[in-house]
Ligand binder design. Structure first.
Ligand code: HEM
Length: 492
């Protein structure tokens, strides 16, 4: 009798527990995307850590089982991952308006960023104004053309510096990063911010790097938002300190320009002053140009050089093209780039295989919406896995091979219209710096290839170069590329 009573109690209790669970934890009308096993409080973290691979590879693997739209809960923070071109198109085009919000990263939640960030804000009126200014003034074709000689000069300085280092083992990205900071410094306020060798006196490079490292460090509050006010790892505190130190570096430049401003705008500072931005807004925007503009471009250039060293036949083709178009003893200019289709194909192929932002930047649902038959509730975070999409065998033949030729035969471009190739994103949040990056990166890569031949330290052969990936703020080669330059062409 007791056994029968226990069984009936069990039969009544189990449905009750299930019902309660569904009522409390699973919104009935929400058909959420499929998910790897997920536990209360830790979510899918075991499935992610268990793979022992960088996050972009783990999520690419998980999508093979769970599909193009997948829900992964990191701690208590739900994130939807789009992993095919169709899913990317739904997120970035069909539902662009609903899914283009942002959460400001926990480490960056300091007073001025909360209020004035462009990168981490929703699509507010100020954001729209800034995007318009970026398109029509700061990175307009006219402004970029006016600044062309400065960029060429900055790349020339890099070449001159490397000439002096002939035969030495160099971590190339260090100097490329500095060159990019100088190019950005000139776009922003017409000044250099980096000196080669011992002359790196103003300290901008190390502060920007530190801020990038803070941004890339996993913050436990991202997984457990209730912990945010505690700032347990001190990341927000460190961020506030570095931001106030870096702001001091350009304080006097902004002050002087406010007083002396006249004539047509010649850089970003002029444009911002003409449009009534105050010093706090200007500080945030400067930072959000130096940060995303330097790291992404420098990682792409490093990957491009590594791929060309590993593929000497492709490197020879780039050199041949440069010798024909630029001439064997002249320097590359930006105006040569449109006549260098093979070089451009190499850059695109690098961005396909090694997208600097493999998940773009995290988006946020500003309202609940239906995507591919699933519900994405308001405030869920979204990642678009550009890495998986750009290596999808359905779109790309031999996807893990470096084959620039594929871009010679195809129309595919990074302008956001080809959803199997989205290194800069697409839709309303597409990268604002794309017009600058697509001039600067080919100029630097071609100048390095044209002026120098490269060898690897310790007599390593090209095919022995490891192409391991490390995901921090951008997708970087691990360890950093070290190479030995040998001068190819004499002083121009
Ligand atoms: C290889 C170079 C670069 C790559 C691969 C890249 C990629 C990206 C990606 C994927 C996004 C996010 C798109 C999204 O959320 O859907 C983005 C946003 C952004 N990028 Fe870039 N970027 C590069 C260079 C630059 C440069 C040179 C600048 C500035 C000078 C810049 C400034 C920004 C800004 C401000 C945003 C935020 C836009 C917004 O949220 O509205 N980027 N970039």
């Amino acid at each position: 009798m007791e056994a029968v009573a226990a069984l009936s109690l069990l039969c009544c209790t189990i449905p009750l527990i299930i019902l309660l669970y569904l009522l409390l934890f699973k919104p009935r009308h929400y058909n959420l995307p499929p998910s790897p096993p997920s536990w209360p409080l830790i979510g899918s973290i075991p499935a992610i850590l268990g793979s022992n691979k960088p996050l972009h590879l783990t999520l690419t693997d998980l999508a093979k089982t769970h599909g193009p739209l997948m829900l992964v809960t990191l701690g208590t923070a739900p994130t939807v991952v789009a992993s095919t071109r169709e899913a990317a198109m739904e997120v970035l085009k069909s539902h662009d308006k609903s899914l283009s919000g942002r959460h400001i990263r926990m480490s960056f939640r300091i007073k001025e960023m909360n209020k004035h960030s462009l990168v981490w804000s929703n699509c507010t009126d100020t954001w729209k104004l800034l995007r318009r200014l970026a398109r029509t003034e700061i990175f307009s074709p006219k402004m970029l053309q006016n600044q062309e000689p400065v960029r060429e000069r900055k790349v020339g300085e890099l070449v001159e510096f490397l000439r002096e280092k002939e035969g030495k083992v160099l971590m190339i990205t260090e100097f490329v990063f500095g060159t990019l900071l100088n190019i950005l410094g000139n776009v922003i306020f017409s000044k250099d911010v980096f000196g080669y060798g011992e002359k790196n006196e103003i300290g901008m490079q190390s502060l920007i790097k530190e801020l990038l490292v803070i941004g890339a460090s996993p913050n436990v509050a991202e997984f457990y938002p209730v912990l945010e006010p505690l700032d347990m790892q001190g990341l927000r505190r460190r961020c506030a300190d570095r931001v106030s130190r870096v702001n001091k570096l350009w304080e006097s430049t902004v002050k002087e320009r406010r007083i002396s401003r006249s004539g047509d705008p010649k850089d970003m500072l002029d444009v911002l002053l003409d449009n009534g931005f105050d010093d706090v807004q200007i500080n945030v925007l400067f930072l959000e140009t130096f940060g995303p503009g330097s790291e992404t471009s420098s990682a792409t250039i490093e990957w491009a050089i590594a791929e060309l060293i590993r593929n000497p036949d492709k490197l020879a083709k780039v050199r041949q093209e440069l010798d024909q178009v630029v001439g064997p003893t002249s320097q590359v200019k930006e105006s040569h780039i449109p006549q260098l289709p093979y070089l451009q194909a190499c850059i695109k192929e690098t961005m396909r295989l090694h997208p600097a932002a493999p998940f773009l930047l995290p988006h946020r649902a500003v309202e609940t919406c239906q995507v591919m038959g699933y519900t994405i509730p308001k405030d869920y975070q979204l990642l678009v896995n550009a890495y998986a999409i750009q290596r999808d065998p359905k779109s790309w033949k031999e996807p893990s091979k470096f084959m620039p030729e594929r871009f010679l035969e195809s129309e595919a471009d990074y302008n956001g219209n080809y959803f199997d190739f989205i290194p800069f994103g697409s839709g309303r949040r597409i990268c604002i710096g794309m017009p600058l990056a697509t001039r600067t990166i080919p100029l630097i890569v071609s100048s390095l290839v044209h002026n120098f031949s490269w060898s690897l330290p310790d007599g390593k052969r090209p095919e022995e170069l490891a192409m391991n990936e490390m995901l921090s703020l951008s997708l970087a080669i691990d360890p950093s590329l070290t190479i030995i330059p040998k001068v190819r062409i004499p002083h121009a």
